[in-house]
Every structure is written in C-alpha cells, then in structure tokens.
Design a protein around this ligand. Structure first.
Ligand code: ATP
Ligand code: MG
Length: 298
C-alpha cells in the first residue's frame, strides 16, 4: 500500500443521507472558520433549509459562544449514547438557535475530546445527514485524524486562509496533501480579510497556493467584531444587510444550495511582488512534511 493510500483508512459513508456536509477547515488558526461556518449555517437556514452546525473542534470549540447559546448537552453525551443514537434521539443533544439552526456543541472541556472516537463521529454525522439538508462542520486547525475523516466524507471542503505569508505557506501544504489524497476536486479555497492586505495580490496568492481563489471575504471589523460581541451572526442582523461580507456569505449559501451564477469574490489588488511566490515555493518544497502525516496514519 502506498503512503498516500494509507490515508484512506476510513471507508466512505455507505449510505448517504439526504443532506450534504460542508466542512470548513484551515491550516492556520484564527483565519475566520467560525465566522464563516456560523454565518453560512444561518444564511442557509434563512433560505428555508434545515441546517445542523457541528462543532468539530473537540478540544476548544466555541460555536456556543459565537451563537450565544448554552447547550444542555454536547457531542460528548451524543457519543456516550451512541448505541441508541438515531434520527429522533439525536435531537436531545442539539441546541436550538433563534435562527432555526441546531448546534451540536463541542464538549465542555478539552479532556473529553478523546471520547469522540472516529466511529462515534461517523455515526453522529451520518444520523444528522439523514435529518438535515445541510450539516456544516467547523473544525479545529490542521489535519488532525478526525478532521481528516470529516474531510473525506464531506461533500464540500472549504479551506480558509488569510493572505499573510505563514497562512499561505501552510495552506499550500494542506492543499498539496488533499491533492495527494485525491480530495482536491471537492476542495475550494476561501480567502478571508482581503482588504486588510496590501502585500499579496490575487495572482501571487493563487500562484503561491497553487489553487484558484473560489471566494474572498473582505476585512470588516465593524460587522464581524460587533456580531461576535453580541453573539448574533451578521447575516441575521438588519444593520449589516448591506455589508459586502453579508452579501458574500449569503451568496456562498446560494452557491451551496445549487446555484452557480453568484458573485463570490472581489479583485484583490496586485502588488507586483513576484519574489513572494518564489519564496513560498521554496518553503513548501518539502514533500517529506506530507509523507510524515501519511506515516502517522498507518
Ligand atoms: N472578515 C473579517 N473582518 C474582520 N474581522 C474578522 C473577519 N473574519 C474574522 N475576523 C476576526 O478574526 C478572529 C478570528 O475569527 P474566527 O474565530 O472565525 O477564526 P477561526 O479560524 O475560527 O479561529 P480558530 O482557529 O481559533 O478556531 C475573530 O475575532 C473575528 O472577529
Ligand atoms: Mg474557530
């Protein structure tokens, strides 16, 4: 078995439910996964879809904070009750948000993360996919084993990055790994905080990362920070209806619900700094990094 094949430890979902799973991940922390996953979930709910949001950061997930809800139960209890888990019992563990979405929150403390075994996780999202039109998964940083399992089973993989050099370097490595696993086809690159950045333009970013930008979201401190402080996703707040970031996320929801002709990105100013691309290429030329990940999954 080749090293790349050893990644394929999990069998794909055997019986696909009616729903589609969208996983939002990144190679670097703080790039906007939680902002996008919460607002995307609510945007889909506004379009009358039945949406579940799964906090896939089992150690430090904070979707309950982002949505300003207090869960009675979390994925830990769902995993503990695995034997009896089905389309009706799963509701016990979900927390309702005023938008209509249901949250399956992360465990209360990081030490419970290991109780969410890969088998339990698979059963949990399989059951959710039977009941919900969309299951949106916000993940922890990187390609941790359970994140990889979700990625393999997801219908859509959204890789988020900012345009700083470390974020770009790590995003490239992550995408290279997904390509090796033949998961590149269902992965899309989303750049966040664009207008904040003046050094890297769209072309340099695409050349450096080796993938075209599918969508970009502008830096918008007022909309994003206030929505986080109030615990209200900005797509729900009429004050921010006209913000570009609100329209973009609504368009991402339109795209994911099957319509392709929507505005998903802006022109990111070019900086003419071609040395940047060469620098990233040198930094990501270490194929042994990916090999070591595959080794670990043997
Ligand atoms: N487009 C944006 N404009 C302004 N601020 C933003 C934007 N996107 C994210 N932020 C800010 O960046 C911070 C990190 O965002 P977020 O929590 O969504 O990142 P994350 O990828 O989920 O982080 P982690 O890896 O820690 O889970 C938040 O405080 C948020 O306010
Ligand atoms: Mg987060």
């Amino acid at each position: 078995m080749s090293k790349t094949e050893s990644f394929k430890k999990y069998t794909p979902l055997e019986e696909k439910g009616k729903g589609e799973m969208v996983v939002i991940c990144s190679a670097k922390g703080g790039v906007g996964k939680t902002v996008v996953s919460t607002n995307l979930a609510v945007a889909l709910s506004k379009k009358k879809y039945k949406v579940a949001l799964l906090d896939g950061d089992f150690q430090f997930g904070d979707l309950n904070v982002a949505l300003n809800v207090i869960p009675n139960f979390t994925i830990k209890e769902a995993a503990e009750g695995l034997q009896f888990l089905d389309e009706s019992t799963i509701n016990t563990y979900l927390t309702s948000h005023l938008s209509g979405i249901k949250l399956l929150a992360a465990p209360e403390a990081p030490e419970y993360a290991d109780l969410i075994t890969p088998v339990a996780l698979k059963k949990i999202y399989s059951v959710l996919l039977e009941e919900y039109d969309f299951v949106i998964v916000d993940t922890g940083v990187g390609l941790e084993e359970k994140t990889l399992q979700i990625i393999e089973d997801a219908h859509h993989i959204w890789i988020m990055s900012n345009l700083d050099i470390t974020s770009i370097k790590n995003t490239r490595l992550m995408l290279d790994t997904l390509e090796k696993l033949q998961l590149g086809g269902k992965s899309k690159l989303i750049i966040n905080n664009t207008s904040e950045v003046v050094i890297v333009g769209e072309k340099e970013a695409e050349d450096s990362i080796g993938k075209s930008i599918f969508s970009s979201l502008p830096y918008d401190d007022k909309t994003v920070t206030q929505s986080i402080n109030y615990g209200t996703p900005f797509v729900l707040d009429s004050n921010y209806k006209k913000s570009i970031i609100t329209k973009r996320v609504m368009n991402l929801a339109t795209y994911i619900s099957g319509k392709s002709n929507v505005d998903l990105k802006e022109n990111i100013q070019s900086s003419k700094l071609s040395f940047f691309t060469d620098k990233i290429k040198k930094m990501t030329a270490r194929s042994d990094i990916n090999e070591s990940i595959t080794e670990n999954r043997k």
